[in-house]
Design a protein around this ligand. Structure first.
Ligand code: ATP
Length: 351
């Protein structure tokens, strides 16, 4: 498959009613890369995707494929495949006819169509569904057909808007894995929209976290999770405990006192999070980076125990601070227990 890069150059969008959906956005997507736009409802992810698709015109800025300006081109001239949340299959056509539709329009020969159809039915594991119509398929099966249809004409770019959102949790998890494998196999440049951070982590090469029409951070899933660059990203991706600290000095050494834990002050760590006026510091710690100690540490009284399957989440109070702590699922603790905790200080996020 021939590889295409995408350049989103200073794209802005304001709707007629004055809604400013996108602030100037700059984004370069490498050939074959899977970039996920992740953010809360209304942050502008779908608008950006629709602009790349040609379904929406930007107010300012350009979209380029392989550095060629496509901003004025209609969707059908952009050579992109779409998959949306609603599968939008043709209801009167069979699975095979749905998949072949685009190839017919593009005048693929009969033998090309046949070869591609067989290949896709196998790839997406839907061989036995070929003669069924959409109303005879489950949601997950319909979405597989929609994906097969989108990639049948070998588009340069694949655009997906919340393709798994309508599916139940188990099926979502299954298809998420299949999609990640499919992306690796196809090696097609993909822009994928979701508000689900687990889905984004599982399939993205890079995640662009969006907030209020801007990209707050674009990085690998690991970087986004371990080193979020703003409080918004830290709180949106994964779970965090927010810590509000004060700078203190003792014996000519500086410390940050978070109320329940104190750490040595380090200029490099704190960086931009420090508010010089109030001497306050904002930081975050993930529940899995606080551990249960043996007979000393930070005392916490457990107020809630939530069994989450693969782990247990404890909620409690430490010196008046509410904390979430994740522990292994065999840990024997109950509401009302007093436990000792220690914080993995290297994992404190200063944003
Ligand atoms: P969701 O996950 O809920 O789909 P999103 O991040 O995809 O959200 P967009 O659909 O891109 O968000 O919308 C961004 C902003 O633009 C929102 O405030 C939305 O209400 C607004 N918006 C979207 N389409 C239009 C339109 N046609 N006219 C006016 N405002 C619009």
């Amino acid at each position: 498959m021939n590889k295409t890069s995408i350049q989103i150059d200073a794209i802005e969008k304001s709707f007629k009613d004055g809604t400013r959906a996108l602030q100037p956005i700059q984004l370069e997507i490498e050939p074959g890369e899977v970039v996920v736009l992740l953010g809360p409802s209304g942050c502008g992810k779908s608008t950006l995707l629709r602009i790349v698709a040609g379904l929406e015109q930007p107010t300012r800025g350009k979209v380029l494929f392989n550095h060629t300006d496509v901003t004025g081109l209609p969707p059908e001239k952009r050579d992109v495949g779409f998959v949306f949340q609603q599968y939008a299959l043709f209801p009167t056509m069979t699975v095979a006819e749905n998949i072949c539709f685009g190839m017919k329009i593009k005048k693929f020969s009969k033998s090309q169509q046949h070869k591609k159809l067989e290949e896709l039915l196998t790839l997406l594991n839907i061989e036995e569904l070929r003669d069924r119509r959409p109303n005879q398929l489950s949601g997950g099966q319909q979405q597989r057909v929609a994906i097969a249809r989108a990639i049948a004409t070998e588009p340069k770019i694949l655009l997906m808007d919340e393709p798994l959102t309508a599916l139940d949790a188990k099926l979502k998890e299954h298809l998420r894995l299949e999609l990640a494998q499919l992306f690796r196999k196809l090696n097609i440049t993909t822009l994928y929209v979701t508000h689900d951070q687990v889905e984004a982590m599982a399939i993205a090469d890079r995640i662009a976290v969006m907030n209020k029409g801007r990209i707050e951070q674009i990085d690998s899933p690991r970087e986004i999770y371990r080193h979020p660059k703003s409080p918004f990203v830290a709180q949106f991706v994964g779970q965090v405990n927010r810590m509000q600290g004060k700078l203190i000095e003792r014996d000519q050494h500086k410390f940050i006192d978070f109320g329940f834990v104190e750490i040595a002050y380090d200029d490099d760590l704190v960086g931009g999070m420090e508010d010089k006026d109030t001497m306050g510091v904002e930081a975050f710690i993930r529940p899995e980076d606080i551990h249960i100690g043996h007979d000393h540490g930070i005392e916490m009284e457990i107020t809630e125990v939530m069994f989450l399957g693969e782990r247990i989440r404890l909620i409690g109070s430490c010196n008046g601070h509410k904390l979430m702590v994740d522990v292994a699922n065999e840990t024997m603790v109950e509401r009302g227990d007093m436990i000792y905790l220690y914080v993995n200080q290297e994992k404190i996020i200063f944003g």
